[in-house]
Each structure stands twice: as C-alpha cells, then as structure tokens.
Design a protein around this ligand. Structure first.
Ligand SMILES: [Zn+2]
Length: 284
C-alpha cells in the first residue's frame, strides 16, 4: 500500500468513526419545513427593514399579522399611530373617531388632507391607511367611544391604543381594558407637554393607578394649542410601545409613564405602582 492510499484509508476510517458518533440525522422532512420562509415574497419586501433588526424575527412579524388593534381617535396622536401600525403590518386595524376633518386639524393630523375637510375622520384615515398597506384589513368606526359601546369596541382586540383627547375617555377606555384584560397604550399631548404609558391589565399599573382623579380643568389643544411635530413625537412613542407589546421584541413602558417636555426635550420616567384600591384594576 502506497503512502498516499494509506493516508486516504486512515481519513476514511476516521470519517466513518466520526459519523457513527453523531446522533441520527434530522429527518429531511423537518429540515425542509423549518427552512421554509414563514412570510411570502411580498411581505419579505414590505417589511424588510424591520426584519433586519435581530430582535424582529419572522415570528414577530407573524404576531403583528395575526393581531387586531383598535386605535381610538384619528387625530394628532392617532394619525402617526395608525400610519406606523399599518405600515408595520398589523393585520386588522380599527380606527374609531366620531369627528369630521376640520382645516384647523391639518397642521398636526397628517392622515388628513385639505380636500378631506368635512369628511368623517375615521373614513378619511382608513382610506389613507388602505393605500399605505393594501395587505391589511382596515376598519373605520365613525362613532364616539362612550359607556354604551366601549366594551363592544374592545372585545376581541389584542391591543387598544388610546389616542383620545380627554381624561374622561381615557378613564373609560382604561376601565374597559382592565375589565376585559386587553393591553392598552395611553398617551396625551397638549401645549409643550406629553406623556405615554403602557398597561398590561392585572399585571402592571393602569392609567387610573397613575392618574386616579380627573383634573378639574385640563386644557385641550383647542385651548392651549399644540405643535404638529410635538404631537408626532408622542404619537410615535405610542406606536413604538404598541409594536413592543404586540411583538415582544423589547420591554414596554409598564409600571411607569414617560413625561416629555417638548420645549426643553427633557424626558422623565415616572414610576407607578398598582393601587390596591384602584377601582379599575384593583382586586375589587
Ligand atoms: Zn389601576
């Protein structure tokens, strides 16, 4: 036997020994299934930039596709929130708003344009969102969210994003979400000040734990004014929280709210603990 054939024989025996030491090979069928992309080509292209994030897996994208989210309010906060959630691929997106578009809305509500003046905001917003992402289902609810309909609106939703502009509505939505166990992102903006808070009912402090009493006189945007980009910052933070809650890719802002001074750009994270006597999330 030549030296080279002896060496080949040695390596062949070594390879055979190594193969015997390996566990049984994985069934071919399993490899084929698991290597199939979970998203189709169109989805891969549309969501490619968020899929590049190491945390944002195809499973995270599927979680969004399977999610039903209701955005309450299609105004200054609701416009960026709904646009980002539609763009990101939330599969079923509801928009509730009873107002009509006014020219004075347009500087801060970028889902509505001048020709939309007089149109229902929910319908105006839904029309733009369907252009933005035709692969998702967008539902318009041109109704005022109140005691009689709030439970029906939040039923079967995976997440509520409250973009309403009054303490009374925020308390109403918070109470309904706590009762139904539906996660919620709250936010508000007026003047140069905004805040954001995420809530997992029964697990983390709720909006009423943070703000138990409605202020006697909380100024509205119509009274105190607001700049469009200021509302855009808070709405973007709210959309970011919604994506975190839906995908599980980053820790949401729970048991705390973020207070943002949009003039100085100082940000304060205020810790909130659950109140045992909270009428919304307490043991009752
Ligand atoms: Zn509470």
């Amino acid at each position: 036997m030549s030296e080279s054939s002896s060496r080949r024989s040695f390596f062949r025996d070594l390879a055979a020994a190594a193969a015997r030491a390996l566990p049984d090979p994985t069934p071919v069928e399993f490899v084929t299934e698991s290597s199939q992309p979970l998203l189709n080509d169109s989805e891969m292209e549309r969501y490619s930039r968020q899929l590049l994030l190491p945390e944002w897996t195809e499973l995270a994208q599927l979680a969004l596709r399977d999610a039903s989210v209701l955005v309450i309010g299609a105004g200054a906060l609701g416009s960026p929130v709904a646009a980002y959630l539609a763009g990101a691929g939330v599969g079923r997106l509801g928009i509730a708003d009873s107002d009509v578009v006014e020219i004075s809305n347009l500087h801060r509500q970028p889902l509505h344009f001048t020709p939309d003046a007089g149109a229902q905001k929910a319908e105006s917003a839904a029309a733009k969102l369907r252009f933005l992402n035709p692969d998702i289902l967008v539902e318009a609810y041109p109704v005022y969210v109140e005691e009689d309909n709030v439970r029906g609106l939040i039923a079967h939703q995976d997440l509520i994003v409250d973009c309403s502009d009054s303490f009374a509505t925020r308390h109403l939505v918070n109470a309904a979400c706590c009762a139904a166990g539906v996660p919620l992102v709250e936010a508000g903006v007026v003047g140069w000040s905004g805040l954001v808070m995420s809530i997992r009912p029964g697990e983390t402090a709720c909006y009423r734990c943070a703000f138990p009493v409605e202020p006697e006189h909380a100024p509205s945007c119509a009274e105190a004014g607001v700049l469009g980009p200021a509302a855009g910052v808070i709405g973007s933070l709210q959309a970011l929280e919604a994506l975190k809650l839906l995908s599980g890719t980053a820790p949401p802002l729970t048991d705390a709210f973020l207070q943002v001074d949009l003039a100085s750009l100082e940000v304060l994270r205020v810790a909130v603990t659950r109140r045992a006597d909270c009428p919304d999330c307490g043991p009752g």
